[in-house]
Design a protein around this ligand. Structure first.
Ligand code: AMP
Length: 216
């Protein structure tokens, strides 16, 4: 099974991707994480990537598709988190999957209002070790001790692009460039809309129902 998650920033893509991976034994591929890793490893492109990401802009399709190709060539069963981000990437992914004899089974579109998403961005932090995402604006996602990972007992960190100014730019990029892929996948009859203003458990329940109903 291969799944794509489409969502505006902070709709809970990363959290749902983690839950889906655990339940259905999928490989998680987050282009945002791959880019942040490339920046941390001090790659030649670090400076340019950091600037583009802090400006809320998309990284070039060439860089992204190369990363994806490298990750998926020897494995199957993926959850694509944050990719594709525009129509060109969606078409490039179709070509790549066709060549590899693979296909996308579900595209979940996590719908959320801008104000709710902004609140989540402001409260969001994550563990640098296990990647668990916390949110001190949402009761169901607060760490037990403020600023500390429940499992690893180390300090949580905030992403540099999780601030109001960058969020507004990212949201605009999402509307202009990413939202058109919703219709692209609706036309293929593999798109499912999920109300993402709910708790992470309810969102996941809705996604699970769709997948499990299909199996039965
Ligand atoms: P995310 O972690 O998915 O919120 O992504 C953080 C930032 O990384 C985005 O705002 C973009 O600047 C960049 N990014 C992530 N995925 C892509 C992609 N598929 N194409 C272009 N840029 C991306």
């Amino acid at each position: 099974m291969n799944i794509i998650l489409i969502a505006p920033p902070a709709a809970g893509k990363g959290t749902q991707a983690g839950l889906l991976c655990n339940k259905y034994n999928l490989n998680h591929i987050s282009t945002g994480d791959l880019l942040r890793n490339a920046i941390e490893s001090g790659s030649e492109l670090s400076k340019e990537l950091t600037k583009q990401m802090n400006d809320g802009k998309l990284i070039s399709d060439n860089i992204i598709i190369q990363m994806i190709e490298e990750e998926i060539k020897d494995k199957d069963q993926f959850i694509y988190d944050g990719f594709p981000r525009n129509i060109n990437q969606a078409k490039l992914l179709d070509d790549l999957l066709r060549d590899l004899n693979k296909k996308i089974d579900y595209v979940f579109y996590l719908k959320i209002d801008k104000e709710v998403a902004l609140n989540r961005v402001i409260g969001r932090s994550s563990c640098p070790s296990c990647g668990h995402i916390y949110n001190d604006k949402l009761e169901s996602m607060m760490p037990k001790k403020a600023g500390i990972c429940d499992d690893c007992n180390i300090a949580l960190f905030k992403r540099l692009d999780d601030n109001e100014e960058t969020f507004n730019k990212r949201f605009e990029t999402y509307i202009n460039e990413t939202a058109p892929i919703i219709e692209y996948y609706r036309d293929k009859n593999i798109l499912y809309e999920i109300d993402s203003s709910k708790s992470k458990e309810d969102i996941f329940l809705n996604i699970e129902r769709i997948i499990d109903n299909d199996k039965n």
